[in-house]
Design a protein around this ligand. Structure first.
Ligand code: SAH
Length: 475
């Protein structure tokens, strides 16, 4: 034992090299190889896992250990044997991969990515939720898993007296100039490059995080798939409205699809991108996009799913699994700007949406009116508290949709669902681990899992979205 830290001496050391074969992937898409052997002190180790980025199942090669943890080690490739390279590999499309950190499984073919995600959901449900006999349907993927993102936030900084914008190098805050990106639209990439040139032309300095000085911190771009409208938000340390006039004029001339330009002021030393004050510099307050025929206003701070094509597939799954009828009362917990509620509303008697962010609820109400949907009620509250209020007021819901953030549902919310004896529950999850935990709780309280359907909202990354239909056993 190493007395100082009261933990066992490491059995292996950083810098050691091993010849390995990769047999599996971690939930973040790193290759897993197992190493066995005996160290200089004679301690034996057997099947000790090592995680290596950019590896695929089947790869054989030489790796070097870079970090030793208690139950596993991290490593990097020294060499991948060319004749022992997994067929899952595809040529890497982007020069910034994997430094940018935006994509993490781009080296895998899209089929391999999809298989990985389906398997990951199944395994996580088994491991964390002890759901051993549940069928996980193959993930619903995209026909073209590129250029799908409708939103991008680009950090700006300074290098050798020039303003640059791009992305933070993986695990750091060093700004690297963006030259290409294959998951956002090509026009957004062009706008980023052109804006960078304009910022230099108008001598607007990039932000220096250390010194907390400079002018431009971030550029945020949102694009509507349906209407093609584009919004640009220039996030600055101070109010430099006057200085931006020329830039705005040139930007809209070159990119006429930009119909809205904002200045957002963020004076704080913070990792949050947007500050409190937002000033419209040009055009419309919001851009309009459409999902399943319903129009949504998107303002600089609105939450809107980043992959609209797959969002429609996701919501269609909610409708299909929900199999709603005109007499149903449905609750939509964690409703955001009301996207799921408004997609459901035409098929049911009434929808009750609850969401904790006040601006989102304002947007949800506006969206309902704009689409002439009058059978949706939106309340700003914590879902767990509001559901209790609805329970007390005697609302009898036939179904509930929950779409919580990564940390999953509050226990109280799940408890109230059980107490209200809601017959049907549709869980939309962006984190299989918390999904598994929450499903276990509901199963122990008398629910059964009917369908598990993953949807690929984020190709080239390890993130996976899952829709689950549960029902309450008949008494
Ligand atoms: N269903 C929406 C939004 C899902 S994102 C859509 O598909 O667009 C999850 C939402 O949960 C966010 O809008 C977040 O603000 C909200 N949220 C987080 N914690 C909450 C809580 N305790 N109660 C209600 N809403 C919450």
């Amino acid at each position: 034992m190493n007395k100082e830290f009261n933990r066992p001496e490491p059995i292996i050391e950083v810098g050691q090299v091993f010849k390995v074969q990769f047999t599996d992937l971690t939930h973040t898409g790193q290759g897993i190889a197992k190493i066995s052997g005996k160290n200089l002190k004679g301690v034996e180790y057997f099947n000790f896992p090592v995680f290596v980025p950019l590896a695929a199942i089947g790869d054989q090669g030489i790796i070097e250990l870079t970090q030793i943890k208690k139950d596993y080690a991290l490593g990097k490739f020294v060499k991948l044997f060319p004749d022992k390279k997994s067929p899952d590999h595809v040529p890497i499309k982007c020069k910034h991969y994997p430094d940018c950190g935006g994509c993490n499984i781009m080296h895998l073919s899209y089929q391999a990515q999809c298989d990985f995600k389906t398997k990951m959901v199944k395994r996580t449900l088994e491991r964390i939720g002890k759901l051993t006999d549940v069928e996980v349907k193959p993930i619903i993927g995209m026909d073209n898993p590129w250029y799908y993102r409708n939103k991008v936030q680009v950090p700006f900084g300074e290098r050798r007296g020039k303003t640059i914008g791009g992305f933070y190098r993986l695990n750091s805050h060093e700004v690297i100039p963006l030259e290409e990106c294959h998951i956002q639209s090509e026009e957004m990439t062009e706008i980023i490059k052109f804006t960078k040139n304009l910022l230099n032309e108008f001598k607007i300095k990039g932000y220096d995080e250390q010194k907390h000085q400079g002018e431009i911190r971030h550029v945020l771009i949102r694009e509507s798939r349906k209407t093609s409208e584009i919004m640009v938000v220039l996030v600055c340390l101070n109010d430099i409205k006057e200085k931006l006039t020329g830039l705005v004029g040139k930007l809209i001339k070159r990119h006429p699809r930009i119909v809205s330009i904002y200045l957002n002021i963020n004076k704080d030393r913070t990792n949050e991108i947007l500050g409190d004050e937002t000033i419209l510099l040009h055009g419309k307050e919001a851009i309009v996009d459409e999902l399943l025929g319903i129009k949504f206003n998107i303002s600089p701070k609105s939450f809107f799913q980043v992959n609209p094509e797959q969002t429609e597939r996701l919501y269609s799954q909610v409708l299909e699994l929900g199999d709603f009828s005109k007499d149903d009362i449905v609750i939509d917990a964690y409703c955001g700007i009301g996207t799921i509620s408004l997609a459901i509303a035409p098929h049911v008697k009434h929808v009750f949406g609850v969401e904790v962010v006040e601006d989102a609820i304002k947007d949800a109400k506006k969206n309902a009116l704009q689409n002439e949907i009058f059978n949706a009620t939106f309340v700003c509250n914590e879902a767990e508290k509001q559901l209790e209020l609805w329970q007390q007021s005697g609302i009898k819901a036939q179904a509930i949709v929950v779409d919580p953030p990564r940390k999953g549902c509050d226990k109280r919310l799940l408890q109230t669902i059980v107490e209200m004896r809601i017959p049907k529950m549709i869980y939309v999850s962006c984190d299989p681990a918390t999904l598994a935990r929450d499903l276990r709780f509901l199963i122990d309280q008398g629910y059964t899992v009917d369908t598990v359907q993953p949807v690929d909202m984020f190709p080239q990354t390890y993130h996976v979205e899952t829709v689950v239909l549960m029902s309450r056993a008949k008494e």
